[in-house]
Design a protein around this ligand. Structure first.
Ligand code: GDP
Length: 444
């Protein structure tokens, strides 16, 4: 799911990585690429239009922190807009003041309703509730038996018509189910309804009749994420025919392009509440728009890093640093200060692990830890202010003194000084080309 979209977005962002600042042409090109990526992922056209307009407007207005470089700014904007089209805040179930809470499921046949009934029941049971499953899908052969099987797996009770009894009267079964729940003190009733292979009037009417009979607190529309563009039409038909208060996306584990997930909220105005990601009852959870967005971006925890960078790096501080890098007057004091800023952001291993692509660098990262930073800091702190400002004066006897003062070996001091010169050379060469935070201003 979302693999193609994630790949394409990653390519879009990587073309921005070398930029000092975003020109209007960059913004246009980026918006065009994101548009293609979304259309390829089967996102509905009106949703794509709104999305792109928002991205363009915000990128043009530079509506983000100056502590971020252009690539990070665009990632941040795209992320926030993704969260927005996915529904913003996580939407939780609303429970009835007077139990039982009635949750009705609706959707096409094969969407995963019956499986979902079991998943939801298990999930609710895990939270201390006592749900009852009510089998109102009396159309599909075996639907009742299937619900009994998932009920057993989930360890919850199932209310179903006796064979030959009540068959063909799903409304009657629904009503008796609610009465049964009250008498047995079930605090939640999950009503499974019949689906058809396609949308039809009779199906809608039956669902609407059940709805009127049981007055549900929540009507969950179960949507197979694999059905692509059709998802939007199906959702619209159920919204008009039955109405619903929440969407459940199923089969998110499948090899789909993800357009349904990205369109359904915007098209229907109803939030996605749950996500189903496999055939097992445990493959189910609350839908979190923010987590889904970062999963689509495939950015690992790059977004967390961006957030932290914004919190810890003051824009003017960053610009001052960028100017120093470009001018080759970066000193060991600045080096120490930068290291300390990074150190404040959290354990260095975790921090590096948040960078995109860091997965492949695991081995290299294993060697980096906080003790390296602490040792480096100790070595720099054992230098005199003159030495930190002009490291060229650090001769052999000074190195011995610094090593003694910091508890490091002379070769560790040598390595640090070499690394500093090397880094300074590299950084001043790169400062112009790569958008270091704040480097925009120094490049103009
Ligand atoms: P219903 O007709 O809407 O009640 O659909 P079912 O619950 O019978 O599900 C139809 C098929 O989809 C079954 O084979 C389920 O095992 C499968 N299924 C349901 N949810 C998921 C899911 O999240 N992932 C995958 N891979 N399969 C699912």
């Amino acid at each position: 799911m979302f693999d193609t979209l994630s790949d394409r977005l990653a390519t879009v962002f990587s073309t921005l990585r070398g930029k000092g600042r975003l020109t209007p042409a960059d913004i246009d090109a980026t918006a065009r690429e994101i548009r293609i990526a979304l259309l390829e992922a089967d996102v509905a056209l009106p949703v794509v239009r709104t999305f792109i307009a928002a991205i363009k407007e915000r990128a043009t207005a530079a509506d983000v922190s100056a502590a971020l470089n252009p690539a990070q700014q665009v990632i941040k904007i795209v992320n926030e807009e993704l969260v927005d089209i996915l529904g913003g805040e996580t939407r939780r179930l609303v429970f009835a003041k007077n139990p039982p809470t009635v949750i009705m499921l609706a959707g096409l046949q094969g969407a995963g309703k019956t499986t979902l009934a079991g998943k939801l029941a298990l999930w609710l049971r895990g939270q201390g509730h006592a749900p009852l499953l009510v089998a109102c899908d009396l159309q599909r052969p075996n639907a009742v038996t299937q619900l009994q099987v998932v009920g057993e797996q989930a360890g919850v009770a199932v209310f179903a018509p006796e064979p030959g009894n009540g068959v063909g009267d799903p409304v009657g079964v629904a009503k008796s189910g609610i009465e049964f729940a009250k008498s047995k003190l079930h605090d939640i009733v999950i009503v499974d309804t019949a689906g058809r292979l396609g949308v039809d009037a009779e199906l809608m009417q039956q669902a609407a009749d059940i709805r009127d009979a049981v007055d549900p607190n929540e009507i969950l529309f179960v949507l197979d994420a694999m059905i692509g563009q059709d998802a939007v039409n199906t959702a619209q038909a159920f919204a008009d025919g039955v109405g619903f208060t929440g969407v459940v996306l199923t089969k998110l584990d499948g090899d789909a392009r993800g357009g349904a997930a990205l369109s359904v909220r915007q098209i229907t105005g109803v939030p996605i509440m749950f996500a189903s990601t496999g055939e097992k009852l445990a493959d189910f959870d609350t839908f979190h728009p923010d987590r889904m967005a970062s999963r689509i971006l495939g950015m690992g925890d790059m977004l967390t890093l961006i957030e932290q960078a914004e919190q810890h790096f003051e824009a003017d501080q960053a610009e001052e640093m960028a100017a120093k890098l470009a001018g080759n007057d970066f000193t060991l004091d600045d080096f120490l200060q930068q290291m300390m800023m990074i150190r404040k952001m959290g354990p260095i291993g975790g921090l590096l692990g948040m960078l995109p692509g860091a997965g492949q660098m695991k081995e290299a990262l294993a060697g980096v830890d906080d003790r390296d930073i602490d040792r480096t800091a100790a070595i720099i702190q054992s230098m005199t202010p003159g030495e930190r400002k002009d490291p060229k004066i650090i001769n052999a006897s000074r190195r011995v003194r610094i090593a003694k003062g910091s508890g490091a070996t002379v070769s560790q001091v040598n390595a640090l000084v070499d690394r500093f010169f090397e880094a300074r050379k590299m950084m001043s060469a790169m400062a112009g080309r790569f958008g270091f935070p704040g480097a925009r201003t120094s490049n103009r």
